[in-house]
Write a protein that binds this ligand. Structure first.
Ligand SMILES: [Zn+2]
Length: 380
């Protein structure tokens, strides 16, 4: 199972309510023990900016104390789950001159936090130097530039840190070039590969990195952060925490930018419209989604995750537990729809959505996977 779909399976810790869906129930309970959302509300590593990922920060703290830090990490998690925050935390910790790294107070920590440190470099998708058009991959020339810079070592700090984001967008040629640096890393260089889909990385790249996987935060942890650290009104904080799927970054973005909730509204309206449509329109939408996927995978996976959340809510409402619904602002519509489907039907759709996300992340034929999903949606 891929990182993102595992994360979304985590979100669906609602299955004990649906014992009749035995097939999913069995599959999910086997996964629940190790995948349940992380519930810690406070950090035992108070200087790290990342919240609720003590399984990572404690282990990194111990490795650093022993002087046994890996030279390359994969930081895996869905969009807006904290990958960049953790990467900058690691960069700060590696270069911190304070007593309790990352102290957040020393010059190094502060320069990294402000994006001014010359030893923290980010390779991402940038406009092509000649055409000016935005590239869809991290290209070989970017990796070559990285290698040249790596050979020079850190200028002002202790460790030169490269952040590749998103690493699954490394062009094959670029990934192969990167292998050389991963196999024989120059001293005082650390590579951080951020990805929502580490199955898309070359196995040879994966095997040379230590993997850090972000866990979804509990709703309480997210709501508390929004209220206490970002002055979000309690009612809004509760709704956003419910909708976030355990991703603090999403909740913060939604609190700051109304477009995030508008996109969610549009995605749910699209789903409801689809349910009322015949196959011709559904296949049209599948084609549109496939086009969108070619341009930006994350947007389509986000839409499918949104639909999955809606079907999960149909199930809880159908079972007479509307207080467990995430989309509380859609309760009237959920109640109306819940009357139309059997729990088995809703379970089947939820399972099909998860399978579609896994298929898309595994690079199967996009159009075929989306057409199959359209066939699985009930009518009405
Ligand atoms: Zn510091």
């Amino acid at each position: 199972m891929t990182t993102s779909s595992r994360f979304y399976r985590d979100m669906t810790a609602w299955l004990p309510l649906f014992l009749e869906c035995t097939r999913i129930f069995v599959a999910m309970t086997t996964a629940r023990g190790k995948l349940r959302p992380h519930r810690a509300l406070t950090s035992n590593m108070p200087n790290w900016s990342i919240i609720g990922q003590e399984h990572i920060t404690s282990a990194l703290g111990r490795s650093m104390a022993r002087g046994e830090m890996a030279h390359a990490f994969i930081i895996a998690g869905p969009p807006q789950s904290g990958k960049s925050t953790l990467a900058l935390d690691i960069a700060r910790a590696l270069n911190c001159t304070g007593e309790d790294p990352p102290c957040g107070q020393c010059r190094s920590c502060q320069r990294i936090a402000r994006g001014l440190h010359t030893d923290v470099e980010v390779a991402t998708m940038t406009p092509h130097p000649e055409t000016g058009r935005m590239r869809t991959v991290i290209a070989i020339d970017q990796v070559r530039a990285l290698e040249q810079r790596a050979a020079l070592g850190p200028y002002e700090g202790r460790m030169l840190v490269f952040i590749l984001d998103p690493a699954e967008k490394l062009h094959d040629e670029a990934a192969n070039a990167l292998l050389k640096t991963l196999e024989e890393p120059p001293p005082r260089v650390t590579l951080l590969l951020l990805t929502g889909s580490d199955q898309d990385l070359l196995p040879t790249v994966r095997s040379r990195c230590q993997r850090l996987e972000l866990r979804p935060l509990s709703q309480e942890a997210i709501a508390r952060q929004l209220r206490e650290e970002h002055s979000v009104a309690p009612e809004d904080a509760t709704l956003l925490a419910r909708l976030s799927g355990g991703r603090l970054g999403w909740a913060l973005a939604a609190a700051r930018d109304p477009k995030v909730l508008e996109a969610r509204q549009g995605g749910l309206e699209e789903l409801l419209e689809l349910l009322d449509q015949g196959l011709e329109r559904r296949f049209q939408v599948a084609q549109e989604l496939a086009g969108r996927f070619a341009r930006d995978r994350a947007i389509v996976l986000e839409t499918l995750a949104l639909w999955l959340g809606w079907w999960r809510d149909v199930l809880v409402v159908r079972q007479g537990a509307p207080q467990l619904a995430a989309n509380t602002d859609w309760l009237a519509s959920l109640e109306e729809r819940a009357g139309r489907y059997t729990p088995q039907q809703a379970c089947t759709v939820a399972q099909e959505l998860l399978a579609t996300m896994e298929r898309l992340e595994a690079n199967v034929n996009t159009r075929l996977a989306l057409d199959a999903l359209m066939l699985a949606l009930p009518r009405g």
